[in-house]
Ligand binder design. Structure first.
Ligand SMILES: Cc1cc2nc3c(=O)[nH]c(=O)nc-3n(C[C@H](O)[C@H](O)[C@H](O)COP(=O)(O)OP(=O)(O)OC[C@H]3O[C@@H](n4cnc5c(N)ncnc54)[C@H](O)[C@@H]3O)c2cc1C
Length: 387
């Protein structure tokens, strides 16, 4: 078992990050190895993990204390935390980040009243958050979504079907993007806060993913939500979702980086101890070449991720090209690293439950969610052609 994680040695950090890095190293050392048990909804696990993340103070970096124009989070800190958590467990990483990502439309654009009700319980890990955008006919093409929110006096009535929603069934509240129809396509969408126990909100059949991840369907049947639960202005839901992804996508790259670092560390340990043809596997030149490829993937990902995070923190504004490069580069690289790790472990690499086998499965969804790799290429090309 290799469980040492160290903060990357890069010029993008300040003292506060170094102090956080020390706390993260301590957490990584003490964290339990993930166990693949529980129902697909993982409701109990989510709540336990969220509380632990709050106790360590990590959630303070994902959910700001207050919403409003000045609310922002430190993307370098967010990325460091995700890298370290994902080094040990994809599930812990997911629970951590969802508290921030799924409340972001609220703290970026929501009213003071909604922020004061929902942010603190999320920050304390007392309430689990979810962000419901995707639908059967609207995944990468968010603007195609069909869930409707129709005004009825001082309420909106939601009808529609969301799927692939992280924390479905475990969440205490959902931020839902629905069509309010101010304009066609992406300009006719708005965001709503919906409590999990609202009449007309149903959780669909359980879904089991390739690696442990709480995910499922959320169905709205004449679900009445107070008009004051609209987050931000009418027709601004798509923008709020895109702003959210612009902050959090870099951290998907960071999570991939954590998994890749772990796979590399495990592989170095294994190739040094595994005796083959009269010597350690690590002595073979082709094995050394593979280790070099893996290290190169890890280090280039680290540069892409923390450059993107630094840009966001220091230069503010949108840096969509750099953000997309961090997500695309690090997730694709981590996939290669995990595959190389499995190869060098031989049969042990494909035996259910071995660490590299788990990483091989855990890394896969990161190339799909928050914009598939192809979508990131479109964003990069667009930013190149616009400049
Ligand atoms: C683990 C996990 C967690 C998730 N959590 C959430 C959540 O909490 N909330 C939520 O709303 N959604 C969530 N999703 C859904 C996720 O956002 C979608 O899966 C994603 O947007 C892709 O949509 P899709 O699966 O419908 O694939 P599709 O949109 O059908 O795309 C399929 C494939 O087509 C290709 N493709 C897509 N667009 C282009 C393009 N422009 N050019 C070229 N090729 C393209 C890509 O290879 C893509 O993988 C989650 C998904 C996963 C796997």
């Amino acid at each position: 078992m290799v469980a040492t994680w160290r903060m990357p040695d890069l010029p993008f950090f300040d003292e506060s990050h170094t102090e956080l890095g020390e706390r993260l190293t301590e957490w990584v050392k003490g964290a339990a190895e993930p166990e693949e048990t529980g129902s697909p909804y993982f409701a109990d696990e989510c709540k336990t993990i969220a509380k632990e993340m709050a106790e360590w103070g990590f959630l303070d970096y994902a959910v700001p204390a207050e919403g409003g124009l000045n609310s922002k989070i430190d993307v370098r800190a967010l990325s460091l935390i995700r890298e370290a958590l994902a080094y040990r467990s994809g599930l812990v990483d997911s629970v951590f980040v969802m508290q921030g990502l799924a409340t972001a439309p609220l703290w970026l654009t929501g009213s003071d009243e909604l922020c004061s009700t929902y942010l603190e319980p999320a920050r304390q890990g007392q309430k689990i958050a979810a962000f419901a955008v995707t639908e059967p006919e609207a995944g990468s093409d968010v603007a195609a979504l069909k869930t409707t929110a129709e005004r009825d006096g001082d309420h909106f009535i939601l009808n529609g079907h969301k799927r692939w929603i992280t924390n479905a069934g475990a969440a205490d509240f959902y931020i839902v993007i629905a069509r309010t129809g101010e304009a066609p396509g992406s300009r006719g969408l708005s965001a709503f806060m919906v409590d999990a126990d609202t009449d007309g909100l149903e959780i669909g059949p359980e879904v089991e993913m390739i690696a442990p991840h709480p995910i499922g369907e959320v169905i709205f049947r004449n679900c009445r939500v107070p008009a004051t639960n609209m987050i931000g202005a009418p027709g601004e839901g798509f923008k709020a979702a895109m702003k959210t992804f612009d902050i959090f996508r870099t951290s998907v790259g960071a999570a991939a980086l954590g998994m890749a670092r772990r796979a590399l560390a495990e592989t170095i340990g294994h190739t040094k101890s595994r005796e083959l043809f009269g010597g350690p596997l690590a002595q073979m030149p082709t094995v050394q070449a593979t280790l070099a490829d893996m290290a190169l993937d890890v280090e280039t990902s680290s540069l892409l991720v923390y450059r993107s995070a630094w840009l966001k923190d220091v230069h503010e504004g949108r840096h969509s090209g750099a953000v997309a490069m961090a997500k695309l580069g690090a997730t694709e690289a981590a996939h290669r690293v995990a595959d190389n790790a499995v190869q060098l472990f031989g049969a042990l690499g494909v035996a259910r439950g071995s660490t590299v086998e788990q990483i091989y499965r855990e890394i896969r969804p990161l190339r799909i969610y928050e914009g598939a790799s192809e979508v990131q290429k479109v964003i990069i090309a667009r930013s190149l052609l616009q400049s």
